[in-house]
Design a protein around this ligand. Structure first.
Ligand code: GDP
Length: 304
């Protein structure tokens, strides 16, 4: 229900436009395809992914000779679900217990304001609810407010936080956090980082160092590098994904603020373009407004 409500704006704008594109049409012709292209692009699916979808539908039109306009919904839904393949991967957060059990370490990256801290807080709450022991690390030492914000979430969720003062070395905070987590026999570690994209070399160096240093404690850490993107920024989110994936290996995505935006199509485009699984979507500010991404549920709620 929350998902349906959260995606309401995207859905209504998308179907409103789609409805206009097929109005009075009995079959999918070139004009309908042109209009569909516009609908997808204006829903922030992204140009490349839109072209991919149009080409596939074109191929189906050519194959089936005649495709009724009323069938377009069904086909579009199938094609979009097919594109979200990268997000099919299991949302497994705790590593298989093959070797010595260590905490599952997630480094959370993304520019300021996208909802990084909120996402970490919401995740900590979910993990805790699942009976997992969580430790937070305040490795965004660039802004005092970032440390304070994370501290507030730590208190709210009632989980330990490891921090140092502003300006300290983020890698040192990450090291302390992981070490403390091992000592406490924690299950999950969530490390907040500074998202200073304007200095790409710094960003790259900082993340590389954080990884290297934590590997002294847990050799195969981090187990996940999660990029948080603000879904309401549409094409900006694409640009950020491009820059972060160039700076480090991003292994999962969380797309926030899908409530209150008509740009929900961005989830489809980003998952397709970067072939990184979308693991979570944010559909509100409350603690339980972070949902595990399920591609079928997502596409269904889009087309319901
Ligand atoms: P950070 O700078 O990336 O750590 O961003 P914050 O976590 O401080 O979030 C910035 C603002 O976005 C806050 O006001 C959050 O409440 C809000 N926010 C985060 N996630 C969502 C979401 O999924 N939906 C909505 N509507 N707001 C969100």
């Amino acid at each position: 229900q929350k998902l349906d409500d959260g995606l309401e704006k995207t859905k209504s704008s998308f179907f409103d436009k789609l409805g206009k594109a097929v109005a009075g049409k009995s079959s999918v012709d070139d004009e309908v395809l042109d209009d569909l292209e516009e609908v997808l692009i204006s829903s922030d699916v992204g140009v490349d992914t839109t072209i991919k979808i149009i080409n596939r539908i074109e191929a189906r039109v050519a194959r089936d000779k005649y495709l009724g306009a009323d069938e377009l919904n069904v086909i579009l839904r199938e094609e979009i679900a097919g594109l979200l393949k990268a997000s099919e991967k299991e949302n497994q957060v705790v590593q298989p217990s093959n070797e010595v059990k260590t905490p599952f370490v997630i480094i959370v990256v993304g520019v300021n304001g996208v909802g990084k801290t909120t996402t970490i807080g919401k995740l900590a709450a979910q993990f805790k609810k699942d009976g997992k022991k969580v430790v937070l690390g305040a490795a965004d030492t660039f802004r005092a407010a970032a440390i304070d914000q994370l501290q507030i979430w730590a208190e709210r969720v009632d989980v330990p936080i490891v921090k140092q003062q502003m300006g300290s070395d983020p890698a040192s905070v990450a090291f302390d956090t992981v070490q403390s987590a091992v000592k406490q026999d924690a299950d999950v570690v969530l490390i907040d980082t500074a998202g200073r994209l304007h200095n790409k070399v710094n960003l790259m160096n900082e993340l590389t160092k954080i990884k290297r240093v934590m590997q002294k404690v847990i050799p195969n850490a981090p187990h996940d590098v999660m990029l948080v993107l603000d879904g309401s920024t549409g094409q900006n989110a694409f640009e950020q994904a491009k820059q972060f994936t160039a700076a480090t290996e991003v292994t999962s995505l969380a797309v926030t603020k899908l409530d209150g935006t008509a740009k929900g199509g961005v989830v489809i485009g980003i998952s397709d373009q970067f072939q990184i699984p979308v693991r979570y979507i944010g559909v509100g500010e409350a603690i339980d407004d972070l949902q595990t991404f399920d591609k079928i549920e997502f596409v269904d709620s889009f087309f319901k």
